[in-house]
Design a protein around this ligand. Sequence first.
Ligand SMILES: Cc1ncc(COP(=O)(O)O)c(C=O)c1O
Length: 445
Amino acid sequence: MNTPIWDFVRKYADSDATRLHMPGHKGKGVLLDFEKYDITEIYGADSLFDATGVIKESEKNLSTLFDTGASFYSCEGSSLCVRAMLYLARLNTGESRGYILASRNAHRSLISASALLDFDIEWLYQPSEDSYLKCEITPEALQKKLGECAKKPFCVYVTSPDYLGNIADIKGLARVCEENGTLLVVDNAHGAYLRFLESDMHPITLGAHMCCDSAHKTLPALTGGAYLHISKKAPTELASCAKDALALFATTSPSYLILSSLDKVNEYLDTSYKERLASFIARLSALKARLATYGYEIMDTEPLKIVIRATSYGYTGEELGAEIEKHGLVWEMRDKDFLVLMLTPENDENDLNKIERAFSKIERRAKITHPVLDFAPPKRAMSIREAVMSRKETLPIKEARGRACARICTFCPPAVSLVVAGEIINDSIIDALEFYGFDTIEVCK
Ligand SMILES: Cc1ncc(COP(=O)(O)O)c(C=O)c1O
């Protein structure tokens, strides 16, 4: 697979052209030594949101790799793609406000999309005995919910995989969405690599209409590099309006360092990545099995994460994280219950051995049992947009009872928001926020 963006950037960087254009470092490498590759949309370099040249060619490569109707680059992560996807989904129905159904394990970019675009979110709660907010939305539950909706949502929005590596039944959810005449939009920020598993589990393959992938999370792209994918079966307007949708929220100065890395990732994916991934996952699975023999409870998650329920080994996630730091291991996420490690085939044998050595040295303690929080889903006082745009004050948690939350969201384990902007803070939320260590919260004035 060719690399048109990188070829242009490298050629330009190696030429003796005098740079009479932005950026201000002029490619001289005075500060960081790689400035020569950091160019802007000069003649020949194409234009990200009006692509006709090297970027268009590279995005075509991306679309071929993921077998999509169309695929687009973002230099501002999946966060940008999430806003664009919501804009496109609503555009497809022609509504002015409208609402969506969404699982609550959503990233804050969904809430900010709601504030910017002014649509409502009806949350799909699925209470269960081991978590105050279980986000596993089944096709049956979705079918029931859609059957009860007087007016159809302009899309169903699912986060899969989530921060804890849980994967939704995208195939089943897509079928239900099709039967009910709505779109399935997936936040696949953690799952770009799913396309290259022996059995392809990428959301587009499984039937989603749109999804975003953070190429920088699980592929070797530079931080910020992400994809917006639109499936072949999606209404044609989604692909034809996608660039405008991205441009609506994005900077006009995209990073060519990131674009070059996204371009090179295509070549990387096209060159025996699938085999390397399969071999790495086999070694990682074997490591997980060995960690289980030491007594660790390893959660059944997407293959590139190691998610450990730290409490059953006698530690909070924070404590277990601190233990492995002593061995030079840097975790991705930890909370009161879990420790999350993210790996890719770029982690070598040495890394895997280091992980095993570290965990084998940690002494097992008596299991920690947290009380299961009795969570009452909050009622809404005003729209997310109204709350985000309102004046705010910060109150001690206990004094916030009955007030409307002004924070975009309050991420609590397992990366699920207890309360989001515009919702009324009730007693169970106060208890839960205190349990998770919040002292204060911003409320609407
Ligand atoms: C589930 C989920 N969605 C979206 C995002 C945003 O991705 P990005 O950092 O690429 O903007 C994140 C970031 O951590 C995430 O965890």
